[in-house]
Design a protein around this ligand. Structure first.
Ligand SMILES: *Cc1c(COP(=O)(O)O)cnc(C)c1O
Length: 387
């Protein structure tokens, strides 16, 4: 598939030519662990499904194409059993004694992996406000190997300038790699590799899968040497997704562009309406002109995404009442599905980070705005705010 096709077209076709054996238009679910060999060592390119599986290869090619869309450089994708499995595998490029700079608003599971698992293996971590590239630069040490950012962040939706962060890091030490967790934006809204990132990481569980029915992760890179190491690790460690899970993810990706358009339009409308609501102290959404990262978001994102956070005037008690009173918004963790979800980060997704640099205010409510009709969503939020 030529790289100059549009995103929408590539999302449907990349890595997914009709099956050569049968002509099946949709990539089959190759539910097999092993493959017949004609003679010892003579295969059709497949020997064992931890190492390689055709359904997984289709997803890996599709993700690489979407993150590298419009770029001349070859792009490589690797799929994992979860976002955390992808992050853990990428962190295996960092050795004991080496240092990582990460966001002080990083995904809670990433923080737990860094602090409660990888720190025990001698990796060192610093946490700074990565929405300020100067703070990132100031945190770099001679042994820094990796900078880890998310933009927008979870749940405070801070924006980092990917191009400026990459330029400052490389200027100080070209050996330091920049990884961007692109889960909240998806490749439709933002392409970190084009802005100078070395690695893109995804929880495909969220917008890429898009239907809250599958857990998965991915790493995408244009660094051929790093890709070879990561591919070795993918097989050596073995945190690979099964064929059914990658097939569901591929199916979800076909509608990514349409979904992100609607998620973003619905979220913008909700953010605008709620910012005038008397019970709401603050609406945090990068699409609002008053958001401190608005100009950067406008520069590096196609649209502003489907996540909206609210600070309620009456604090945690009001937040707990609101989330129990919605009819369409389901009270649940996770995000990025077609259905709208609502949660209180301080008591749910971010409960484990209270007392850490990642603690979030108790009156915060996080919305994952779905693709239902926006009028229904607004009615639902307004009636829940009255409770
Ligand atoms: C959910 C999430 C992860 C972890 O992914 P899993 O698929 O749940 O393992 C990592 N980063 C971000 C930003 C996430 O939202």
């Amino acid at each position: 598939m030529p790289q100059n096709d549009s995103f929408e077209t590539l999302a449907i076709h990349a890595g997914q030519a009709p099956d050569p054996a049968t002509g099946a238009v949709i990539t089959p679910i190759y539910q097999t662990s092993t493959y017949a060999q004609e003679q010892v060592g003579v295969t059709k390119g497949y020997d064992y499904s931890r190492t390689i599986n055709p359904t997984r290869s289709a997803l890996e090619a599709c993700l690489a194409t979407l993150e590298g869309q419009g770029m001349a450089k070859p792009t490589y994708g690797l799929a994992f059993a979860s976002g955390m499995a992808a992050i853990d595998t990428l962190l295996k490029l960092v050795k004991p004694g080496e240092h990582v700079v990460a966001s002080n608003d990083v995904y809670g599971g990433t923080y737990r992996l860094f602090e409660r698992v990888l720190a025990d293996y001698g990796l060192k971590f610093s946490y700074v406000d990565v929405s300020d590239p100067q703070q990132v630069e100031a945190a770099l040490l001679p042994e820094t190997r990796l900078v880890w950012i998310e933009t927008p962040t979870n749940p405070l939706l801070k924006i980092s300038d990917i191009a400026e962060t990459a330029a400052r890091i490389k200027n100080k030490n070209p050996q330091i790699k920049l990884a961007v967790d692109n889960t909240f934006a998806s490749p439709y809204l933002q392409q970190p590799l084009a802005l100078g990132a070395d690695f893109v990481v995804h929880s495909t569980t969220k917008y890429l899968g898009g239907h809250s029915d599958v857990v998965g992760g991915a790493i995408v890179t244009q660094d051929a040497a790093a890709y070879e190491k990561l591919k070795f690790l993918q097989n050596a460690v073995g945190a690979v997704p099964g064929p059914m899970d990658v097939w569901l993810t591929l199916r979800g990706i076909k509608t990514l562009a349409l979904r992100m358009e609607r998620h973003s339009a619905n979220a913008l409308r909700i953010a605008e309406c709620l910012s005038r609501h008397p019970a709401v102290a603050e609406v945090i959404y990068p699409g609002l002109a008053e958001h401190p990262g608005h100009q950067v978001a406008k520069k590096q994102m196609r649209l502003f995404g489907g996540m909206v956070s609210l600070v309620l005037k009456n604090g945690a008690a009001a937040a707990n009442r609101m989330v129990a009173a919605t009819r369409i918004f389901t009270l649940a963790e996770s995000l990025g599905g077609v259905e709208s979800l609502i949660e209180v980060p301080a008591a749910m997704t971010h409960a484990s980070v209270s007392g850490s640099p990642l603690e979030v205010p108790g009156g915060l409510v996080r919305l994952s705005v779905g693709i239902e009709h926006v009028d229904d969503l607004l009615d639902d939020l307004e009636q829940a705010l009255k409770v």
